[in-house]
Ligand binder design. Structure first.
Ligand code: ATP
Length: 228
């Protein structure tokens, strides 16, 4: 019988700002798939791609506030510390070097991100470094290589790597695992729009994060020209 490996999952995003949709998703994934660690990984955004008036460091500080008192979810700031453009493949290469070949690493994402994976830097390498765990709506299926709108090379690669949840602790890398899960209907875009129009996003994100946003006057037109 295969031994259970140490399992580390990563949940990447801009978290601009972090909200309850992200936090529930990460926690439910950890609980459902039994990961030993679940790390939230804020991506670094070069200044020209940042929300006006909100730095990468501030996005990460909001995430740290959201995770206060929550031992189940960890913050991994490596992409911010590295700076420059953020490529998932570089992060996974770095983690592999750090953790060795035996630890199971899973990179988690939504199914919308999966369909555009062929635009990611060195995307063919991703499954050589980690598993991909894709959160889907109930009933969602991976498109076939001939289906309209899908990238044939990507679909062939994904079809050939499709696996099950047990792969995540029996193998260190290489499986695509689809996981059906309901998502809370919250988006960071909506939160930014509410703030920008002077309305409250209360109850969509942790109160500590909202307090930080108010204290630093983030996502409002008033500071849009005063980027730090
Ligand atoms: P934006 O509205 O700015 O595009 P977002 O809320 O979609 O932001 P990101 O930080 O870009 O958030 O996403 C990080 C990850 O969180 C992605 O994998 C995305 O699929 C997932 N995600 C986003 N919103 C939700 C949600 N409501 N429930 C669960 N997962 C979510």
């Amino acid at each position: 019988m295969a031994t259970k490996r140490h399992t580390i999952a990563l949940f990447g995003g801009t978290f601009d700002p972090v909200h309850f949709g992200h936090l529930r998703m990460a926690l439910e994934l950890r609980q459902a798939l039994g990961f030993d660690e679940m790390r939230l990984l804020p991506s670094h955004q070069p200044r020209h791609r940042q929300s006006p008036g909100v730095s990468s460091r501030q996005r990460s500080e909001m995430l740290a506030l959201a995770l206060q008192g929550c031992d189940e979810l960890l913050l991994d700031e490596r992409e911010l510390n590295r700076g420059g453009d953020t490529y998932t493949v570089d992060t996974l290469e770095e983690l592999r070097k750090e953790l060795g070949q035996e630890v199971s690493i899973s990179f988690c994402m939504g199914s919308d991100s999966l369909l555009t994976l062929h635009r990611w830097h060195r995307w063919q390498r991703l499954l050589e470094l980690a598993h991909l765990v894709v959160v889907t709506r109930p009933g969602w299926h991976l498109p076939k290589s001939g289906d309209a709108g899908s990238n044939p090379k990507l679909m062939d690669l994904l079809q050939s790597h499709q696996g099950t949840a047990t792969d995540l602790y029996e193998q260190a890398l290489g499986s695509l695992v689809l996981r059906e899960q309901t998502m809370l209907p919250i988006s960071a875009t909506e939160i930014r729009q509410l703030l920008n129009s002077g309305q409250s996003p209360r109850f969509l994100l942790p109160a500590t994060v909202l307090q930080y946003i108010e204290d630093h006057q983030l996502y409002t037109k008033a500071v849009a020209t005063g980027d730090q």
